[in-house]
Design a protein around this ligand. Structure first.
Ligand code: MN
Ligand code: MN
Length: 285
């Protein structure tokens, strides 16, 4: 277990909780993302970085972050998904916010079942090269290519905004339209993108949203993506209350230099800082 720049503490009361999900059984192409949580934790060590975010939040002193370790992913997929739900529910029950490290993107569906049940209406900001809106992939409705189809058909989000998309099929465009998904494709992307949400916001960050130049350590490299800087800027401009985050699809087998794990740590830190900042300002209000 490591420390996110020295920020992770061992306390029973906490504001943010990291949960690892070493699971890649719903990957349609390469396995390897089960190694994601360990690679992100290793890259996060305080020997390599400090706990302060770009916006000046000190994650060691301004909040309490714990790392609850990895969930057990042995046995059937149903059992793993149930354990994900249980782990996320326990964090929300403590009035804390979950930060989940994947794992392939299929895990976002069980996470959202709990998040949507706990909050009355959530919006989702989804970073991804892919819409992940397939009805099924090779007959599997729980594939990592499908979580947002399940989330939208179950009514688990009031709105879904996708950023970074550059591999949409006509089937997925139709599904997006049917569910009112706002798909911001890379071909239409502008640097000054500023997103407004009216409800509590859940962020799901598939690392393949980033260009493979910045994040090669993913199973489905798709050129023409976001720079890490652009993604961070979008996050920094959010005004919504952020209530949860997952960072998924890191495949350490394809990340020999660790550049992708490093980007993942950066995303976790900056979003964590925004979670603190927003919850403080809402307490003051
Ligand atoms: Mn993707
Ligand atoms: Mn995805």
């Amino acid at each position: 277990m490591t420390d996110f720049g020295g920020a992770v503490q061992e306390k029973s009361r906490y504001e943010l909780a990291i949960i690892g999900v070493p699971f890649d059984e719903k990957s349609s192409y390469l396995r390897g993302s089960a190694g994601g949580p360990a690679a992100i934790r290793a890259s996060s060590t305080g020997k390599a970085r400090n706990p302060v975010t770009e916006l000046g939040v000190d994650l060691e002193h301004d909040t309490v972050i714990v790392d609850l370790g990895d969930i057990d992913t042995s046995g059937d997929v149903d059992k793993t998904f149930l354990r994900i739900e249980t782990a996320v529910a326990a964090v929300i029950h403590k009035k804390a916010k979950p930060i989940i490290l994947g794992g392939d993107h299929s895990i976002t569906y069980p996470i959202l079942k709990v998040v949507a049940g706990a909050w009355r209406g959530v919006d989702i900001l989804h970073f991804d090269a892919h819409p992940d809106l397939y009805e099924d992939l090779y007959g599997d409705r729980l594939s990592h290519a499908c979580p947002f189809a399940r989330i939208m058909e179950d009514g688990l989000a009031e709105s879904l905004v996708q950023v970074g998309v550059r591999a949409a099929t006509s089937e997925q465009r139709t599904t997006a339209k049917r569910h009112g998904v706002r798909m911001i494709e890379m071909k239409d992307f502008r640097d000054d993108l500023s997103l407004e949400f009216t409800r509590p916001l859940y962020i799901s960050f598939d690392l393949d949203a980033l260009d493979p130049a910045f994040a090669p350590g993913v199973s489905h490299q798709e050129a023409g993506g976001l720079t890490t800087r652009q993604a961070i800027d979008i996050i920094h401009r959010l005004k919504a209350k952020i209530i949860g985050l997952d960072v998924v699809e890191l495949n350490p087998d394809r990340d020999p230099s660790g550049i992708t794990a490093s980007a993942a740590v950066k995303i976790v830190k900056e979003v964590a800082g925004m979670m603190i900042r927003r919850s403080r300002s809402s307490r003051r209000a």
